[in-house]
Design a protein around this ligand. Structure first.
Ligand code: AMP
Ligand code: MG
Length: 413
């Protein structure tokens, strides 16, 4: 059986062959999208030298000897508001300009003295200190230099990027087109309509709703969430339709284990798919399957137990999406476990956890009760996934382990 990390590597190697086209979109709709081309600063920002304070533009020579005992008096030449074009304003000896934050500097200015540091006497200003050269002046290009790199291929656009890009006047930008996805739930026992009472033997289809919320939030165009009641023919028809729609990845839940109705592997093989792995040393989700269809579409066969489906989406499907979008692989958080958890070596474990961010900057991790792969009640209090490597035995209090936030793009949605 394949190790968890080898499975991830197969996913990366396979997903890297998928080429997503670029499209140019307005900045307003770029949140969460991924930059497809190196973006250079089109401007110097600040675009002109300007004042960082409301105050007075002065020459150093005029205030060289200023002190509280012997203040220097300068006449006001005029007022420079923000938003005015840079005109022929010049600071002459013996004069100062009243200037507002963001207003262009007059020529010859050496420093800005904030309004709080002066006294006004009718038409003159009293300065009680010699300012430093360049104080409270924002220089052209101090924030961004024209032609320098702003965004690289694979950068996912956050709110923080938006403010920088807007400052540069970048009204549109090249991003990767969203990959198309299809989610298939399998199981004759599943009920999609959550308002219907359950009949004997039935359960609500929870994976479908989860995928419906997650996949678009992770940057895919979701072409559907189909439910197949363990019928291989309908499965094959669905694969055919997906091919016609140019879908990049199909994710199914259920029907990949050893049960009588587990038709996914068999169906994929008769469709001509290449199975890249089936079964990994992982809990939850030992029967995980990964394949590539003749069209090049990726196929994730996730086991149907909801925790196996959610963990498979979180760690396998999202890794494939990151690879397609040329994003860097996700780095773990290191957290100290606060409770014991029995484990035998041989399986990589992904546990439902609760991360606590401590005052000293460290992170504590609690392994939640209810780790069985059918148990979804812990999701109500879980905020992170805890990874325990294949060869590790029994988790002890104080062990440091790798953890991941429950949702990697939480700040984007
Ligand atoms: P399977 O992988 O098809 O053998 O399913 C494993 C377990 O997960 C069974 O108890 C199924 O009833 C359950 N299950 C499968 N699909 C879903 C789903 N979409 N929503 C909730 N539970 C599911
Ligand atoms: Mg099933």
């Amino acid at each position: 059986m394949l190790s968890y990390h080898d499975a991830l590597q197969i996913i990366r190697d396979t997903a890297s062959s998928i080429i997503l086209e670029a499209e140019t979109i307005p900045l307003e709709s770029a949140l969460g999208r991924v930059c497809a081309k190196l973006l250079l600063s089109p401007l110097d920002i600040q675009p002109f030298d300007n004042s960082a304070m409301d105050g007075f533009a002065i020459k150093l020579d005029d205030l060289a000897g200023a002190s509280p005992e012997r203040p220097v008096r300068l006449k006001i030449k005029g007022v420079i508001p923000a938003g005015h074009p840079v005109k022929d304003n010049i600071v002459e000896a013996g004069f100062c300009w009243r200037i507002m934050t963001g207003a262009p500097l007059p020529q010859g200015v050496d420093a800005i003295v904030p309004i709080e540091d002066v006294h006004q006497h009718s038409e003159t200003i009293l300065f009680s200190n010699a300012p430093k050269l360049g104080q409270h002046i924002r220089r052209t290009g101090e924030d961004f230099k024209k032609g320098t790199s702003v965004l690289s291929v694979g950068d996912r656009i956050t709110q923080a990027h938006m403010i920088a890009l807007a400052s540069l006047g970048i009204s549109k930008l090249p991003v990767f087109k969203k990959p198309g996805a299809l989610f298939i739930s399998t199981g004759t026992e599943l009920v999609d309509d959550l308002s219907q009472p359950l009949q004997d033997g039935q359960i609500y289809n929870s994976n479908r709703i989860y995928a419906h919320a997650l996949l678009p939030a992770c940057g895919t165009i979701l072409h559907g969430c189909n439910t197949i009641h363990d019928n291989k023919d309908i499965f094959l028809e669905t694969l055919n339709t997906a091919d016609e729609k140019g879908i990049h990845l199909i994710i199914s839940s259920g029907a990949v284990s050893a049960g009588n109705y587990d038709f996914v592997r068999n169906g994929l093989e008769s469709f001509g798919a290449k199975i890249l792995y089936h079964k990994i040393k992982l809990k939850p989700g030992k029967p995980n399957l990964f394949a590539i269809l003749p069209s090049g579409c990726l196929y994730f066969g996730l086991p149907g137990n909801p925790v196996a489906t959610v963990a498979g989406l979180r760690f396998f499907v999202l890794e494939a999406l990151r690879t397609m979008l040329k994003e860097k692989s996700e780095r773990p958080i290191f957290a100290r476990v606060m409770n014991e958890f029995p484990k035998k070596p041989g399986l990589h474990m992904i546990l439902k956890g609760r991360l606590e961010y401590k005052d000293d900057g460290s992170v504590n991790a609690n392994v939640l009760d209810g780790q069985e792969s059918f148990m979804v009640s812990p999701f109500l209090s879980m905020n992170g996934w805890l990874h325990v490597p294949e060869n590790k035995e029994n988790i002890k209090t104080g062990d440091v382990i790798e953890a991941y936030p429950a949702h990697p793009y939480g700040h984007l949605v």
